[in-house]
Write a protein of this length. Structure first.
Length: 256
């Protein structure tokens, strides 16, 4: 590694660039920080400046992060940290020997870890992924571990509820209520935490406090102000939230 690290931040979101820049500028080993807001600018900066470290957004209009490296030559950038809101690009990250893979939204602590790993790469001059990062990427690449059943405690006994049998889920403070037919099961877990463990192909969040099993939906009707009325097979009607308008709209669209 030379006396100081020249870094390039590539992201079409100004706030994302600002957050990474703030962390890099606090590090005494970083002597230069440049920014690019799209793939074309990033390509030009890589070819002209040959930075040591690039924080590279994956999904950008016209030219994504992988295309930037293919055209600019991954060998021109000793250390690459991918930044993205989607974990589906992990396999391609293997191919270009990424140092790390930041999933948005990320914390300052997570950026520091990525920076530490980048320094190790630059000091060692190696091309292999850090073993811990490799393990994480392998887990992402092999797909998320979605819940197939939940342990439900009632009356001193524990039974197991198959997620396929759940019609819909509602939030109740630090609990969720799972509706399966005429039965309601209470489980102590937050809505946000549970939603991350559910297969998005089967369960869709239509409101901040409602998740529905898509296989149980009979009809979807538009209501007011971007809301929808979702009717299940048993006649139960659920109303979507305004902020979930695009989610429901995508649900009723035939996208192949």
């Amino acid at each position: 590694m030379r006396s100081g690290i020249r870094a390039l931040i590539v992201d079409d979101e100004p706030l994302a660039r600002q957050g990474i820049r703030m962390m890099l500028e606090q590090d005494p080993d970083i002597i230069e920080v440049e920014e690019a807001r799209n793939g074309e600018q990033a390509l030009q900066a890589i070819l002209a400046r040959k930075p040591d470290l690039v924080f590279l957004d994956v999904q950008m209009p016209e030219m994504d992060g992988f295309e930037v490296l293919r055209r600019g030559g991954a060998a021109n950038v000793p250390a690459v940290v991918f930044v993205t809101a989607y974990d589906k690009y992990a396999i391609e990250a293997f191919e270009v020997q990424a140092v790390d893979y930041l999933l948005k939204p990320f914390t300052a602590q997570r950026i520091r870890k990525a920076l530490d790993r980048s320094k190790s790469r630059l000091r060692g001059g190696g091309s292999l992924l850090d073993s811990k990062v490799l393990a994480v990427l392998e887990q992402i690449a092999h797909g998320p571990d979605y819940l197939t059943r939940l342990a439900v405690k009632s009356g001193g006994a524990t039974t197991f509820l198959e997620m396929d049998s759940v019609d819909w889920i509602s939030a109740a403070e630090n609990y969720v209520e799972l509706r399966a037919g005429k039965t309601c099961h209470m489980v102590q877990v937050t809505m946000n935490r549970l939603s991350k463990r559910l297969d998005p192909a089967n369960f869709v969040r239509i409101h901040r406090s409602v998740i529905v099993n898509v296989k149980r939906i009979r009809t979807v009707q538009p209501a007011f102000h971007g809301e929808y009325v979702v009717t299940l097979q048993d006649g139960v009607q659920l109303r979507s939230g305004r902020t979930y308008h695009e989610t429901v709209r995508h649900l009723v669209s035939n996208v192949f």
